[in-house]
Design a binder for this molecule. Structure first.
Ligand SMILES: [Zn+2]
Length: 69
């Protein structure tokens, strides 16, 4: 599983997010990140972009706007 790129601007702006990623935790709810926690490949990929666990991705992507960068 690919971890989010810690050089991304959002991790420069919010160093506590980068800490969560280093600890293998979700950046928003601090849940432990595991492969089993994700429902599909797309969600695992999304973790590599946003650093969020399945649950947090679900709550964010229930909204029509999806993070694409
Ligand atoms: Zn989470």
């Amino acid at each position: 599983m690919k971890s989010p790129n810690l050089n991304k601007p959002m991790f420069q702006v919010c160093p506590e997010y980068a800490n969560s990623v280093r600890n293998g935790e979700c950046i928003t709810c601090d849940s432990k990140i595991t492969n089993e926690g994700f429902s599909d490949e797309i969600s695992i990929k999304e973790y590599g972009i946003s650093g969020m666990c399945q649950e947090c991705q679900d709550s964010v992507f229930n909204n029509p706007t999806k993070i694409t960068s």
